[in-house]
Design a protein around this ligand. Structure first.
Ligand code: ASP
Length: 652
């Protein structure tokens, strides 16, 4: 397995041969061919080995090789298994007196020590082949060995099947990186990024441009990390994204920009977030939504791992309103049905109190989802916990309705609902005998949100009980479009904030509403969703300075002085432009099927933003803070440094 994945990764790179080749001299005066269109990467150029451990096969029998790697394990002082990034190979420890010094090195070096061995590739004796090992037909008859470095007692074994807490893995990340899984994730990430670069720069003329990380505050959007400067009271901010720079690059005539961009957001802890993360950041001039969407579909198709089902384009598309109404979220998981259905009309003349109540209100609705095979897989306690979840998190009453009498659920309300509206419900919800319908009532957005959440909870429950609802090999991409331009501010619903960011252009058919009913304006913002996770978002931008000023100052009540450079730039012949950013960490997490985005990042932060390996962030003595004119004011109940102690678990 260890070798197969590298083979797969390498094959992903293969292209027709026959392009320009140059001869150059390697570090060991080995002549090597460098080809701009090489079929397979040269894995042993410039270094002390002749081959990688994982590449040796029967075709190498008789060859003299030098290998470098870590001792994976040793069997009875006769065999040793050597590992490098490419795979495992069996080494025969020489037993004869004349090779006593080699035997001593190979038998005494602790596991995970680094050794260099030279010897001959031989075939394993008949019956001793290991078909589970890609190198299982051969072994190395060692002639010389050198201990390059020894390994002390490890905090955990370097074997994927050995369980370890994530805190320990993060504390010794450099050891954790030796695991098959981490090696695979990081190498696949590198491959995909390489393909993306190739697609963008070589096939479509994009320019890879770095933008600053020391910047200033941007109004609206996420909270930014602050960096002190030596000027009293002056601070840089780390950019939450290169948004302003990429727009300014369009004003600068760069026309097609991309960057593998590091972004920083001081947003607190969320399971699928990191305070610093990576985006594939893109901007184009003279483009519309369709252009950006086709570019991204092509980009993903081109960079998609070749061992997975090919990406089918164009992706499905859905309006924000439709996503909210049918899935209760702006990032629907479209791998399964169980959509939300509006059943208000069925209950117009209901006798049931809470439904009557809801429908008598101006925005009142009754909504439901239908869980196929629910009676088979869900227990009474599951339904109770779903109802409790709705009550605790959304303050919403949720009622289960069954087609047949349910011995487990003797609710007179549920029963009377079924009797009264039986045939209509069966028709609207496409109800089968084994279905459970979950019903709720209230204002449209709220009823949809709670059912959207329950839909996902039910999917998890059903899958935990053995039903396969979401095919693990399926990647379901979806564009969500026609978002509102503004949303009411969470902390002050009377005020507006941008649904995406303040540079997003309004939908051309809604521009007139900007001056009368701004809440009704749709935007030219699009999100890319994959299996229920947002993996990208972007928009066509405002390129008219007046319109940008009006939105910032009048509608969003932002201080336009902070953005005077951008407003001025728009006034100097800014081309129409638009762009998008793909969240690389989240994308890789989904592609690799990793349980957390931390598993696709070499050195991630813990849930609380700490680096468990180096203990960052760290404290600085007052004299080092002085040049920045900064003094720490410790919270009254703390003893200073103790505050920096990391909690035990990265998710805590
Ligand atoms: N800068 C945006 C973001 O980081 C993406 C974009 O609008 O291109 O979400």
């Amino acid at each position: 397995m260890f070798t197969c994945w590298l083979g797969r990764l390498c094959r992903g790179l293969s292209t027709p041969t026959g392009r320009i080749t140059h001869l150059i001299h390697g570090s060991h005066s080995r002549r090597l061919v460098l080809s701009s269109q090489r079929r397979m990467p040269e894995l042993s150029s410039f270094v002390a080995r002749t081959n990688t451990c994982g590449e040796l096969r029967s075709s190498h029998i008789g060859q003299e090789v030098t290998l470098c790697g870590w001792i994976q394990y040793r069997r009875q002082n006769i065999f040793l298994v050597l590992r490098d990034f490419h795979g495992l190979v069996q080494v025969v420890i020489p037993q004869d007196e004349s090779a006593a010094s080699v035997k001593k090195i190979l038998c005494e070096a602790p596991v995970e020590s680094v050794v260099q061995v030279s010897g001959t590739v031989i075939s394993r004796p008949p019956g001793q082949e290991n078909p589970k090992m890609p190198t299982g037909e051969i072994e190395i008859q060692v002639k010389s060995a050198e201990l390059l470095n020894t390994c002390k007692k490890l905090p955990f074994e370097i074997k994927d099947f050995v369980k370890k807490t994530e805190a320990l893995r993060l504390q010794y990340r450099y050891l954790d990186l030796r695991s098959f899984q981490m090696q695979h994730n990081l190498r696949l990430r590198s491959q995909m990024v390489m393909k993306m670069r190739e697609y963008l720069c070589n096939l479509h003329g994009f320019v890879d441009i770095e933008t600053p990380t020391l910047f200033k505050r941007t109004p609206g959007g996420a909270k930014e990390f602050v960096v002190p400067s030596r000027e009293p009271g002056k601070f840089y901010c780390l950019p939450q994204s290169p948004q302003q720079f990429k727009q300014l690059l369009m004003v600068g005539g760069l026309d097609r920009y991309f960057q593998v961009a590091r972004c920083y957001r001081d947003e607190g802890s969320r399971p699928d977030r990191q305070p610093e993360f990576t985006q594939i950041d893109i901007e184009m001039s003279f483009v519309d939504q369709t252009g950006i969407r086709s570019l991204i579909e092509g980009l993903l198709q081109y960079s998609w791992p070749s061992d997975k089902d090919p990406v089918v384009v164009p992706f499905l598309s859905m309006t924000f309103a439709e996503a909210m109404a049918s899935y209760g979220t702006d990032k629907p998981d479209t791998r399964f049905g169980m959509k939300i259905v509006d059943i208000s009309d069925v209950f117009r003349n209901t006798e049931v109190g809470f439904l009557q109540d809801a429908l008598s209100k101006p925005q009142g609705t009754v909504k439901a989802i239908c869980i196929s095979e629910g009676t088979k897989y869900l227990k009474r306690k599951d339904i109770e916990s779903l109802r409790k979840f709705a009550a605790d998190h959304f303050n919403q009453e949720v009622l289960p309705v069954f087609l047949k009498d349910n011995r487990n659920w003797n609710s007179p309300v549920a029963k009377s609902i079924m009797e009264e509206q039986r045939s209509e419900l069966i028709r609207l919800m496409d109800m089968q005998e084994d279905c459970v319908v979950l019903l709720t009532a209230g204002e449209h957005r709220k009823a949809c949100s709670v059912l959207g959440k329950l839909r996902l909870e039910c999917a998890d429950l059903l899958e935990a009980r053995g039903l396969v609802l979401r095919d693990p090999a399926l990647f379901s991409f979806l564009w969500v479009v026609d978002f509102p331009l503004f949303l009411p501010k969470e902390e002050n619903p009377g005020e507006l904030e941008s649904a995406h960011h303040p540079f997003t252009a309004p939908h051309p058919s809604d521009i007139h509403l900007l001056y009368t009913e701004p809440k009704q304006v749709r935007s030219q913002h699009y999100d890319l969703v994959l299996n229920g996770s947002e993996i990208g978002g972007g928009s066509i931008r405002i390129h008219d300075a007046e319109l940008q000023r009006y939105i910032l100052a009048t509608l969003l009540k932002e201080d336009v002085k902070l953005l005077s450079h951008l407003l001025q730039a728009l006034d100097f012949g800014a081309p129409p432009h638009g762009g998008i950013a793909l969240g690389l960490d989240r994308l890789m997490c989904l592609v690799t099927g990793a349980p957390s985005i931390r598993d696709v990042i070499a050195f991630p932060k813990s849930f609380r933003g700490h680096d468990l390996m180096s203990s960052a962030p760290g404290s600085l003595p007052p004299e080092e803070l002085k040049p920045y004119h900064i003094q720490v004011s410790w919270p009254a109940d703390s003893k200073g440094k103790e505050l920096l102690n990391e909690p035990y678990h990265p998710e805590s």
